[in-house]
Write a protein that binds this ligand. Structure first.
Ligand code: SAH
Length: 289
């Protein structure tokens, strides 16, 4: 890692930056980044309109992960404007097979349209991945829900690491179901975009880090859960080492053909691995840009 790093942890509430931050809108075309074998239903809910909407207000570190609570700070009417499409999206993800109530509630709570360009608002609550710039995409709601469900064991998720913040959407969803979330992004402008997208949500238990996620975050390890939003040919060794005993890691693995893999650390030097459904993610790359 060659470039300068932000002081860590970086509370979002302390982040300041230019207001009008979004880059030029890419074409409003859905891309197949995280298409899986799930049955798709792309019926379009009403497009959300207007400026700031907010949903997630998860529990802070040290607290039990709360059911997501809408923030009180932004206009309730704005929040309500996207309620119906968010509910429809979560119901669709449930029909596609995600059963965990906490995960579905988180998907219903986080305003996905805040993480994409306004030109694509009409697709915000459909089950598609969408471009976020720098050849990267925001994942489909289904795959976000599926992976988080796979990450969750029976007990509450305490400390979770995400590799591949992108626009910050999955990190926001994770913050509703885990006590502490750390998310790493290797592309500086996307790290900045995520900070900017997440700032209005004021999520107290989420920390963003600019860096190479293949190295993990040893200063915060061990983690109870690690989730990768980009596919490598194998899971980096450093991430396996940063799992607590009993922890789970969920990752897409492969190149052209990819499958979700779930790894559980069963001992100091023992891991078990399951290969699950096929998927399609952007590549996991080393270093920072
Ligand atoms: N979590 C995002 C998905 C972003 S796409 C969402 O909510 O939709 C995957 C992201 O992984 C990209 O932004 C890409 O830059 C990032 N990535 C790839 N390799 C990485 C690495 N080694 N470390 C950190 N981020 C990485």
């Amino acid at each position: 890692m060659s470039e300068k790093r932000s002081t860590f942890p970086l509370p979002l509430s302390s982040v300041t930056g230019p207001a009008g931050r979004k880059p030029a809108a890419p074409a409003p075309v859905a891309t197949p980044q995280t298409a899986t074998q799930n049955a798709r239903s792309n019926s379009q809910p009403p497009a959300p309109r207007g400026p700031a909407y907010v949903g997630a207000a998860p529990g802070g570190p040290g607290k039990a992960p709360a059911q997501p609570q809408p923030q009180q700070t932004l206009a309730r009417s704005d929040q309500m404007a996207t309620e119906a499409p968010r509910r429809a999206m979560a119901a669709r993800v449930a029909r596609q097979g995600v059963k965990d109530g906490q995960v579905l509630a988180a998907l219903e709570t986080v305003p996905r349209h805040l993480f994409i360009e306004q030109a694509m608002y009409a697709q915000a609550y459909t089950d598609v991945s969408l471009p976020i710039g720098h050849n990267q995409t925001i994942s489909q709601p289904y795959i976000v829900g599926r992976m988080i469900e796979l990450l969750k064991g029976r007990g509450p998720l305490r400390r979770v690491l995400e590799i591949g913040t992108g626009c910050g959407y999955q990190a926001a969803v994770l913050s509703c179901v885990a006590q502490e979330v750390y998310s790493i992004e290797r592309i500086k402008p996307l790290h900045e975009l995520a900070k900017s997208n997440l700032r209005p949500l004021r999520i107290a238990n989420l920390r963003l880090q600019y860096g190479d996620g293949m190295l993990g975050l040893s200063q915060v390890a061990p983690f109870d859960g690690i989730i990768l939003a980009a596919a490598g040919l194998e899971v980096p060794r450093a991430l396996l080492e940063q799992m607590a005993i009993g922890a789970r890691l969920v990752a897409p693995v492969g190149a052209q053909v990819q499958h979700l893999q779930r790894i559980i650390r069963t001992g100091t030097s023992e891991w078990t691995s399951e290969t699950l459904e096929s998927c399609h993610f952007v590549p996991l790359r080393p270093g920072t840009v």
